[in-house]
Design a protein around this ligand. Structure first.
Ligand SMILES: Nc1ncnc2c1ncn2[C@@H]1O[C@H](COP(=O)(O)OP(=O)(O)OP(=O)(O)O)[C@@H](O)[C@H]1O
Ligand SMILES: [Mg+2]
Ligand SMILES: [Zn+2]
Length: 145
Protein backbone atom coordinates (compact mmCIF):
# COMPACT_ATOMS: atom_id res chain seq x y z
CA UNK A 1 0.00 0.00 0.00
CA UNK A 2 1.32 3.41 -0.96
CA UNK A 3 0.09 6.70 0.38
CA UNK A 4 0.88 9.94 -1.33
CA UNK A 5 1.59 12.77 1.08
CA UNK A 6 -1.30 15.17 0.96
CA UNK A 7 0.87 18.11 1.90
CA UNK A 8 3.52 17.66 -0.78
CA UNK A 9 1.20 17.41 -3.75
CA UNK A 10 4.08 17.66 -6.23
CA UNK A 11 4.38 14.05 -7.34
CA UNK A 12 7.94 13.80 -6.04
CA UNK A 13 7.40 12.78 -2.43
CA UNK A 14 5.73 9.64 -1.17
CA UNK A 15 5.47 7.68 2.05
CA UNK A 16 5.89 3.93 2.27
CA UNK A 17 5.44 1.38 5.04
CA UNK A 18 8.78 0.61 6.68
CA UNK A 19 9.08 -2.90 5.27
CA UNK A 20 11.81 -4.36 3.07
CA UNK A 21 9.22 -5.70 0.64
CA UNK A 22 8.18 -2.08 -0.01
CA UNK A 23 11.61 -1.16 -1.38
CA UNK A 24 10.60 -2.37 -4.82
CA UNK A 25 7.71 0.10 -4.68
CA UNK A 26 10.22 2.81 -3.86
CA UNK A 27 12.06 1.81 -7.05
CA UNK A 28 8.81 1.92 -9.01
CA UNK A 29 8.06 5.37 -7.63
CA UNK A 30 11.56 6.62 -8.50
CA UNK A 31 11.24 5.10 -11.97
CA UNK A 32 8.03 7.05 -12.45
CA UNK A 33 9.82 10.30 -11.68
CA UNK A 34 12.92 9.70 -13.78
CA UNK A 35 11.54 7.53 -16.57
CA UNK A 36 13.90 7.62 -19.56
CA UNK A 37 16.36 9.86 -17.71
CA UNK A 38 19.96 8.92 -18.61
CA UNK A 39 20.76 8.40 -14.91
CA UNK A 40 17.64 6.39 -14.11
CA UNK A 41 19.60 3.24 -13.19
CA UNK A 42 21.79 5.14 -10.75
CA UNK A 43 18.78 6.92 -9.27
CA UNK A 44 16.94 3.65 -8.67
CA UNK A 45 20.04 2.09 -7.11
CA UNK A 46 20.59 5.00 -4.73
CA UNK A 47 16.90 5.18 -3.80
CA UNK A 48 16.92 1.42 -3.11
CA UNK A 49 19.94 1.57 -0.83
CA UNK A 50 18.67 4.57 1.13
CA UNK A 51 15.19 3.11 1.51
CA UNK A 52 16.54 -0.28 2.60
CA UNK A 53 18.70 1.47 5.19
CA UNK A 54 15.75 3.47 6.49
CA UNK A 55 13.78 0.24 6.95
CA UNK A 56 16.61 -1.85 8.37
CA UNK A 57 18.45 0.61 10.59
CA UNK A 58 15.80 2.98 11.97
CA UNK A 59 13.46 2.34 14.88
CA UNK A 60 10.47 2.09 12.55
CA UNK A 61 8.62 -1.18 12.87
CA UNK A 62 6.43 -2.52 10.06
CA UNK A 63 3.70 -0.05 11.05
CA UNK A 64 6.12 2.85 10.72
CA UNK A 65 6.64 4.94 7.62
CA UNK A 66 9.54 6.20 5.59
CA UNK A 67 9.33 9.17 3.27
CA UNK A 68 11.04 9.23 -0.10
CA UNK A 69 11.62 12.27 -2.29
CA UNK A 70 12.93 12.07 -5.86
CA UNK A 71 13.11 15.26 -7.88
CA UNK A 72 15.00 16.46 -10.95
CA UNK A 73 16.63 19.75 -10.03
CA UNK A 74 18.65 21.93 -12.42
CA UNK A 75 21.44 19.53 -13.31
CA UNK A 76 20.95 16.63 -10.93
CA UNK A 77 18.44 14.22 -9.54
CA UNK A 78 17.93 14.78 -5.82
CA UNK A 79 16.98 11.73 -3.76
CA UNK A 80 16.10 11.88 -0.10
CA UNK A 81 14.86 9.27 2.36
CA UNK A 82 13.62 10.11 5.82
CA UNK A 83 12.91 7.69 8.66
CA UNK A 84 11.88 8.00 12.32
CA UNK A 85 15.47 7.98 13.56
CA UNK A 86 17.02 5.85 16.26
CA UNK A 87 20.13 5.45 18.32
CA UNK A 88 22.67 5.10 15.54
CA UNK A 89 23.57 7.42 12.70
CA UNK A 90 24.34 6.39 9.12
CA UNK A 91 28.04 5.91 8.55
CA UNK A 92 30.18 4.71 5.67
CA UNK A 93 31.14 1.05 5.93
CA UNK A 94 34.74 0.42 6.91
CA UNK A 95 34.71 -3.36 6.98
CA UNK A 96 37.05 -3.84 4.06
CA UNK A 97 37.11 -6.77 1.66
CA UNK A 98 35.99 -9.35 4.20
CA UNK A 99 32.84 -7.50 5.29
CA UNK A 100 29.59 -9.08 4.16
CA UNK A 101 27.58 -5.87 4.66
CA UNK A 102 28.28 -2.17 4.76
CA UNK A 103 28.49 -1.26 1.07
CA UNK A 104 25.21 0.56 0.53
CA UNK A 105 26.37 4.03 1.52
CA UNK A 106 29.71 3.49 -0.21
CA UNK A 107 27.72 2.87 -3.38
CA UNK A 108 25.67 6.02 -2.81
CA UNK A 109 28.86 7.97 -2.14
CA UNK A 110 30.31 6.77 -5.44
CA UNK A 111 27.19 7.43 -7.47
CA UNK A 112 26.57 10.92 -6.10
CA UNK A 113 28.19 14.26 -6.68
CA UNK A 114 27.21 15.13 -3.12
CA UNK A 115 25.29 13.55 -0.27
CA UNK A 116 24.61 14.18 3.37
CA UNK A 117 22.91 13.18 6.59
CA UNK A 118 20.67 14.90 9.11
CA UNK A 119 20.19 12.79 12.20
CA UNK A 120 18.63 13.08 15.61
CA UNK A 121 16.62 10.82 17.89
CA UNK A 122 13.37 11.39 16.03
CA UNK A 123 14.44 11.66 12.44
CA UNK A 124 17.16 10.55 10.08
CA UNK A 125 17.30 12.03 6.62
CA UNK A 126 19.87 10.91 4.06
CA UNK A 127 20.00 12.71 0.72
CA UNK A 128 22.13 12.47 -2.36
CA UNK A 129 22.39 14.19 -5.71
CA UNK A 130 23.21 12.34 -8.88
CA UNK A 131 24.65 14.86 -11.29
CA UNK A 132 23.47 14.92 -14.90
CA UNK A 133 23.93 17.13 -17.92
CA UNK A 134 20.37 17.41 -19.14
CA UNK A 135 19.23 20.78 -17.82
CA UNK A 136 15.94 21.69 -19.44
CA UNK A 137 15.00 18.20 -20.52
CA UNK A 138 11.76 17.41 -18.72
CA UNK A 139 11.36 14.08 -16.99
CA UNK A 140 8.01 12.48 -16.36
CA UNK A 141 7.42 13.82 -12.84
CA UNK A 142 8.09 17.37 -13.95
CA UNK A 143 5.78 17.21 -16.92
CA UNK A 144 3.02 16.08 -14.59
CA UNK A 145 3.79 18.66 -11.90
N1 LIG B 1 18.84 5.31 8.03
C1 LIG B 1 19.76 4.86 8.89
N2 LIG B 1 19.55 4.96 10.24
C2 LIG B 1 20.47 4.53 11.14
N3 LIG B 1 21.67 3.96 10.79
C3 LIG B 1 21.91 3.85 9.46
C4 LIG B 1 21.00 4.29 8.45
N4 LIG B 1 21.55 4.04 7.24
C5 LIG B 1 22.74 3.47 7.49
N5 LIG B 1 22.97 3.34 8.82
C6 LIG B 1 24.19 2.80 9.48
O1 LIG B 1 25.25 2.91 8.57
C7 LIG B 1 25.79 1.62 8.31
C8 LIG B 1 26.26 1.53 6.87
O2 LIG B 1 25.15 1.52 5.98
P1 LIG B 1 25.32 0.75 4.60
O3 LIG B 1 24.09 0.91 3.82
O4 LIG B 1 26.59 1.19 3.97
O5 LIG B 1 25.54 -0.76 5.04
P2 LIG B 1 24.49 -1.85 5.54
O6 LIG B 1 23.10 -1.33 5.39
O7 LIG B 1 24.92 -2.27 6.91
O8 LIG B 1 24.75 -3.06 4.57
P3 LIG B 1 24.39 -3.15 2.99
O9 LIG B 1 23.82 -1.83 2.58
O10 LIG B 1 25.70 -3.46 2.33
O11 LIG B 1 23.40 -4.27 2.91
C9 LIG B 1 24.70 0.64 8.68
O12 LIG B 1 25.21 -0.62 9.05
C10 LIG B 1 24.03 1.32 9.85
O13 LIG B 1 24.75 1.09 11.03
MG1 LIG C 1 22.52 -0.56 3.55
ZN1 LIG D 1 18.97 15.23 -15.66
Amino acid sequence: MVTKLGSSGDGHTREFPAMLEEVRRVRQFAAGVVASHPCADEVLLAASELAANAVEHSTADRHGRIRVRVVHVADAVHIEVEDPGGAGAPQLGRGGQEATRGRGLLLVDNLSRDWGITHDRNRTRVWCEIGCACTGIPVMGEMAA
